[in-house]
Ligand binder design. Structure first.
Ligand SMILES: Cc1cc2nc3c(=O)[nH]c(=O)nc-3n(C[C@H](O)[C@H](O)[C@H](O)COP(=O)(O)O)c2cc1C
Length: 209
């Protein structure tokens, strides 16, 4: 017989986030997400799609090994037996930064062909936060319908659009604002984010009338 009055002491689980980086333009969003998680003490589980190696080469001078070094745990995209492929492995959720139309479409169907999309599907089924930083423009009706479907399934559609009101002085500041605002969705507050009414003076009462 078990004694219900006795509680089992379990070690505290670390805060963890799955991070997907796809072959959409804007690989820097994924890189800064990994930097932010390291700063915040959140364990990052990285999965890079095969195409992300192309955008990485085009957009940065970094190697895949240098990107991997930014993460706490690195998973191969083909490894569908990895920890983040199972809902029993607890995480805060997943962010895909940047998210391509191809990956977005695959997540929306549930027919997942890689660890990246499987982990996103698991995040949805476990009702955890899935943030998709989708980057494409212009968008056709099929893209818009897919985004609607994903929003109905519980995903957060968060295209990385610059917040000009934060008066960024550089592309780096613009990127960090978008990354930080995406991390807000997991209740993670990252230092560089400029907040209205805190770091940024509100304009209330300054208008006419
Ligand atoms: C330099 C470069 C930029 C790209 N930019 C985008 C983009 O912004 N959005 C997008 O959906 N696909 C973009 N693509 C195409 C994707 O890489 C391609 O559709 C790929 O199959 C995506 O695969 P993945 O989702 O598995 O990473 C780009 C490709 C290259 C080489």
């Amino acid at each position: 017989m078990t004694d219900a009055s006795k509680t089992v002491d379990r070690p505290r689980e670390p805060a963890r986030l799955a991070v997907g980086i796809t072959g959409a333009s804007g690989v820097v969003y994924g890189l800064r997400t990994l930097d932010a998680l390291r700063e915040l003490g959140v364990e990052s589980h990285l999965v890079l799609s095969k195409s992300a190696a192309l955008t990485l080469a085009q957009e940065t001078g970094l190697s895949v090994a240098e990107v991997n070094a930014k993460a706490d745990v690195v998973h191969r995209p083909a490894d569908v037996g990895a920890s983040i492929a199972s809902g029993s492995f607890r995480t805060l959720g997943m962010i895909v930064a940047p998210c391509s139309v191809r990956t977005m479409s695959e997540i929306a169907t549930g027919v997942t062909s890689s660890l990246l999309t499987r982990a996103a599907d698991v995040t949805l089924k476990e009702r955890r936060t899935l943030v998709l930083m989708i980057r494409e423009t212009p968008l056709h009706l099929g893209h818009l319908r897919t985004m609607t479907k994903l929003a109905e399934m519980g995903a957060v559609i968060a295209p990385p659009l610059p917040a000009f009101y934060a008066k960024p002085a550089s592309i780096a500041e613009m990127v960090d604002q978008s990354v930080g605002r995406a991390l807000d969705l997991f209740d993670l507050s990252w230092r560089p984010v400029k907040r209205w009414g805190e770091d940024l003076e509100t304009i209330t009462g300054k208008g006419e009338g």
